[in-house]
Design a protein around this ligand. Sequence first.
Ligand code: 3HC
Ligand code: NAI
Length: 697
Amino acid sequence: MTEAIVYERIGDIAVLAAQNPPVNALGIDVRRGLLAGIERAEKEGAGAVLIYGEGRTYFAGADIREFGKPMEEPGLPDLCNRIEAAKLIVVSALHGTALGGGLEVALSSHYRIAVPGAKMGLPEVHLGIIPGAGGTQRLPRVAGTEAALEMITTGRHVAAAEAFDKGVIDRIAEGNPREAGLAYTRELLEQNAPRRPVCDMPAPEPVDFDATYERVLARGRGQLSPAIAVRAVQAACEAPSFLDGVRQERELFMKLMESDQRQGLIHAFFSERAVSKLPELVDVFPRDVAAMGVIGGGTMGAGIATAALLAGLSVVLIERDEAASVAARERIEGNLRGALKRGKISQSQFDAILNETLRLATDYAALSQVDLVVEAVFEDMDVKRDVFAALDEHCKPGAILASNTSYLDINDIAAATSRPSDVIGLHFFSPAHVMKLLEVVVADETAPDVVATGFALGKRLKKTSVRSGVCDGFIGNRIMNSYRKAADYMVLDGASPYQIDKVMTGFGFAMGPFAVADLAGLDIGWAARKRRAPTLDPRERVVHFSDMLCEGGDFGQKTGRGFYVYEEGKRGGTPNPQVAEYIERDQRDQGVTPQIFANDEVLRRYMCAMVNEAAKVVGEGIARRPLDVDMVLLFGYGFPRFWGGPLKWADLQGLDSILKDIRRYAKEDAFFWQPAPLLEQMVAEGRSFDDLNKEAR
Ligand code: 3HC
Ligand code: NAI
């Protein structure tokens, strides 16, 4: 018997306790232990088997680290079939999160009991696969086809009460899983309860699978696994036998296991957990943060304050004057009202936050007791330096002074204070109470415990925090500027903005770059271009069609016109006919002969620009690891998760082919398409970005 499963006889009951921390993943030792436990219980003539998990959870699924490696026997599907075929009754007692293969083991048991806090689900689609140990065959038999389809295609975690209503579990009982499970098993033995294999239940009722498949496919924006899961559930209804259904499920599972999407999603799973683990912070303790200051209550300041308030922090918000204070309060109130509507807070919490936890002021003296301040005033170095000088004067020693600047140099901002080691960048994304990304920007003199506090704050606000060094635009905006330029150049050279948007939504982005620009406001980019114009390198290509739109007063969604025309009450926009005129004028003025771009070429150029800049960002040490870049693009820029991020995508394409294309593009524009030295080095050494990630662990 392996240690991962501890066998114990309590009277007639053979107890199999899983001990594979942290989440009792069903790795090879656990599978062997379960198989041996069932066989031993049968041999010993026990009356029943009880399976439960020690520690924080029942099995949270197959061991994801084994994916992509040869499967060691017994495999999970065979194990589940063997559990179900056991000659004695098998009971599973669930607590924590019974997920994926975990729920499949539970469904192979004859009876299921759960503690009230338990959650269960089949989240495999989020890893680019489908349940592969009979989950798509057994769940519809106990819960019905519609309920199973919903759970499997969304991967949603279902609470015990709902699972009970759906027939997924037989009973809910207070207490710990061992005691509750033993009591239930004894009761079943006393009642002479029969074995109750799900595989013997009648096949579930069919639904319109083709329509469901199409609907789920469209919802996935290019992600395949949820739609493939529909076909597996269809097999549960239509296959000639249960085992044939299991075989069909397995075939679909194996196909997805070999897909790029599976690799991308697993990369995302591990990277989002690795991203906040920094070796230099291992023994560093964050400072306590209970009271926070926010300077500026505009779009960002109000969002940041909302996020902090919802996380239970008290907030003092400083605005320029009374009128601006009132406007800031209204913005925060609006955000909180949204949280109230979605059930995230109660009416009494809403009232308490607005009347007690939030304070607005115009005098910096109100900040004397705050532990951390985030500045979110206008993007102007002189204004920011004045603000930081005032913060230095009024904040207590040890208070952390953070800037939410998008582009400005945190070192210059820190120099306006007498305590640069307490200054850091905390770059939130709009809307700050919704978007998951936080760039923690570490300046030259930022103290390690200040960095640790940035990450701790991010965790408290439920953000994915990524360390960034200081450069123009940090990790995300710097890379975005590069692929946006590639898009602009393609338009100048003949592609249409609408073609590019379509290609990129086809790739999996929720919106294309021109629709995003309309949403963010075209005036922002216009102002940035004007600011940078005097310092432009003469070799840099410049486009003017966006400026022409702005000169005409079209700033995107906020003015109703931009690259698209937006009509009141309608979702999305339709192409703005003036745009084509502006592009033609720009082409004429610059003597450009437009060419036709195939969709593949559009995608390739856009992605090569993204990858090339990302490789520069890693090569320069602005991002520590390729996975840091991947997480920034995933959580801040809508990069499709199933590709794992731009550098995972690059690995999947082959870095040599990417470099070859960049060199080809450089023949047209050597200034923009300068290959990243890191990319050249990696191709020369035959290494991948994944190799770099592994070396950094
Ligand atoms: N396999 C291997 N490692 C896993 C794992 C799994 N299934 N689930 C979690 N872990 C690891 C995490 O990587 C993390 O490791 P780290 O400490 O080294 O970073 C550690 O366990 C703790 O995980 P979390 O930090 O995520 O802990 P939380 O308490 O926040 O969340 C959880 C726990 C809800 C279980 C979450 O980890 C989770 O969602 N896990 C994945 C569950 C899942 O997808 N299961 C299905 C797997 S696929 C499958 O079963 C296929 C089958 O159908 C054949
Ligand atoms: P905004 O214009 O909506 O808000 C700025 C607010 O600061 C205004 O309410 C203004 O009254 C206030 N303010 C100006 N000077 C002040 C002072 N001295 N003291 C107190 N309050 C003052 O601007 P927005 O969009 O919120 O941006 C703020 C900062 O966040 C900028 O640095 C911007 O680059 C950055 N940022 C913006 C993002 C966005 O999507 N809007 C995303 C991430 C960062």
